[in-house]
Design a protein around this ligand. Structure first.
Ligand code: ZN
Ligand code: ZN
Length: 137
């Protein structure tokens, strides 16, 4: 018996409302908290991205601006953002020929049950302990 992959359709969009999309995600999406310096500098914070399957997102790409830069590997990365409010929406990684969704663009993020920290040791944050514990106030 083969296991059927289960997918869930979610909606999302940017803060100004210009970008709205539907995305088909795995029941447990592949989520990465990326601590690399490139992500930090282009977003202004540590980022959480979702690895998208081919054709998973239904979005009007004409409304997206693109900022292109080179990754450490020398290959191209294209950050796609809303032309109106500049919110980051997608990132395209040439090395893997894949699109990743900036997780915060989802309207409902309750599907993000698991995440993997990547580029943590080589980042500027090796001193920071990543914890799920509540902060004491
Ligand atoms: Zn990164
Ligand atoms: Zn926008």
């Amino acid at each position: 018996m083969t296991m059927e992959k289960k997918f869930v359709t979610k909606t999302g969009g940017c803060i100004c409302g210009e970008i709205i999309f539907k995305v088909k995600l795995d029941e447990v999406p592949r989520v990465f908290n990326c601590h690399c310096v490139d992500c930090r500098k282009k977003i202004g914070g540590m980022i959480t991205i979702i690895d998208l399957r081919e054709g998973a997102i239904d979005i009007d790409k004409t409304k997206l601006g693109i900022f292109e830069h080179k990754a450490g590997s020398g290959q191209i990365i294209k950050k796609h953002y809303c032309k109106k409010c500049t919110a980051p929406v997608l990132t395209y990684v040439e090395k893997y020929n894949k699109y990743y969704l900036y997780a915060g663009m989802l309207d409902d993020i309750s599907i993000l049950k698991k995440a993997k920290n990547i580029w943590y040791k080589d980042s500027h944050f090796p001193f920071m302990e990543i914890s799920d514990e509540k902060l004491k106030t």
